[in-house]
Design a protein around this ligand. Structure first.
Ligand code: SF4
Length: 432
């Protein structure tokens, strides 16, 4: 029986056009109906050199459904190559061409000799959400663009994290992860954001290892690169937010990369000293407010639900109520992620629920006894229900509608401090 999904937190796989857009000078070429890009684009930092309004699109119609849209796709790619100056053209398929059986791979292969690379990713909406679509884009780069390299660059580390634009803090987070890795004396390599793009894509196969910072998104791509290019990977499941997790992150990455232990510990000490100096200055505020928000709930994708739960328990000593993971995590990853929620300091365990239905989540929040005002970190959908319970609300996950995010971040020591600022800025407003 058909299910009604209330307050969906993700888009269809074609939403991965935003992952392509996040690669500087990469152009999504859409083989889809005319309304898809319009429906999937939002206004959160997605204008620029290429924006959804100018993505070339086959805009397939009834006639193409009957006779096939491959000719139209061929001319759309051809014209995109002529009139749009990009470094990489990524054809993304929507539902209609995949249902009628257009052979997109065949059409794209006709451009194998063009001056600029053209690749394609199957991202029909019925194949999954934009987390999966993101993986399809990375897989397309691996399968159709990258070539095995015997040359390795010492200390070069590819960093992969969660999904650009779906995570509004993606840019700041990935830059912060780069800084942390660089502080260990390693050379980070990322493909998303300012001044990265094709030149960094070209370096991927020269890396000593891949570092995946995500509970599950991208794990398949890491395994693919290990098999295809012999690049080992370190899977760090938790987005490190605040001192406890970031220090652990540095130790694990450092150990995996063979960094001298003394060097790792000196980097950690320098960061922790400043972090705790800042915390100490506001310790009285935090203690007073602990009485107000005794328990918290995070409603977010696996990345933030896990990262923020660990941060609030391990660094701030708060008690978790139920946590909701809303990204439709594939079932094969769920047990592992649940175990991470139970791996908290002070023998505290958090219960995690993989739930995509906003109605059910809100009913559970309303019926839970938070022993005071709840602290809820979630999508904008949670604002109303939190306010109805007189709780404190922070909008950290999609949809983000009550803040503008340019390059703010929650990753790392400094990200933890930003999150503390955001939480307690809301908390102190209660007294104004
Ligand atoms: S679900 Fe299909 S038709 Fe709808 S926006 Fe996504 S690709 Fe287009």
């Amino acid at each position: 029986m058909a299910k009604l999904l209330d307050k969906q937190r993700y888009k269809c796989a074609l939403g991965a056009m935003q992952s392509v857009q996040a690669i500087e000078r990469a152009l999504p070429v859409l083989h889809s109906g005319p309304g898809c890009a319009q429906k999937l684009s939002d206004t959160n930092g997605s204008s620029g050199y290429f924006s959804p309004n100018i993505f070339p699109c086959t805009s397939i119609n009834e006639k193409d459904v009957v006779f096939g849209g491959v000719k139209k796709l061929h001319s759309t790619i051809d014209n995109a190559l002529k009139v749009v100056d990009a470094d990489l053209y990524v054809v993304l398929t929507g539902c209609i061409p995949e249902i009628v059986g257009d052979d997109t791979g065949e059409v794209v292969s006709e451009f194998a000799d063009s001056d600029k690379p053209v690749i394609y990713a199957p991202t029909a909406g019925f194949k999954g959400n934009n987390y999966k679509g993101h993986e399809q884009v990375v897989d397309a780069i691996i399968d159709q663009y990258l070539k095995k390299s015997d040359e390795k660059e010492k200390g070069l580390v590819n960093i992969w994290a969660d999904v650009p634009y779906q995570d509004l803090f993606w840019l700041g987070n990935i830059r912060e992860l780069e800084k942390l890795v660089a502080s260990l004396g390693l050379t980070p390599n990322t493909i998303f954001g300012y001044k990265r793009g094709i030149k960094n894509i070209d370096k991927i196969t020269k890396a000593e290892f891949n570092l995946l910072v995500s509970p599950w998104v991208g794990l398949g791509s890491m395994k693919k690169m290990e098999k295809k290019f012999n690049i080992p990977f370190l899977h760090y499941k938790t987005l490190p937010i605040g001192a406890t997790e970031t220090s652990k992150f540095l130790r694990e990455v450092g150990k995996f990369a063979g960094v001298d232990n003394e060097k790792i510990e000196s980097v950690i000490k320098e960061n922790e000293d400043y972090y705790y100096y800042l915390i100490e200055r506001y310790a009285d505020l935090f203690l007073e407010n602990r009485v107000i928000n005794k328990q918290f709930t995070v409603v977010a994708d696996a990345q933030y639900a896990l990262g923020i739960t660990k941060f609030l328990v391990n660094d701030l000593g708060l008690i978790p109520a139920k946590q909701f993971v809303v990204d439709d995590t594939p079932s094969k990853y769920r047990e592992d992620i649940k175990k991470e929620f139970e791996n908290l300091n002070f023998n505290i365990k958090a219960e995690a629920s993989f739930e995509t239905d906003g109605y059910k989540i809100h009913e559970e929040i309303k019926n839970h006894d938070y022993h005071g005002y709840p602290l809820v970190l979630g999508g904008y959908y949670e604002k109303e229900v939190t306010e109805s319970l007189k709780g404190n609300f922070i909008n950290i996950s999609w949809p983000v509608q009550d803040k503008v995010v340019l390059d703010s971040h929650y990753a790392g020591y400094s990200g933890g401090i930003r999150l503390i600022e955001d939480i307690y800025t809301v908390a102190v407003q209660r007294f104004n």
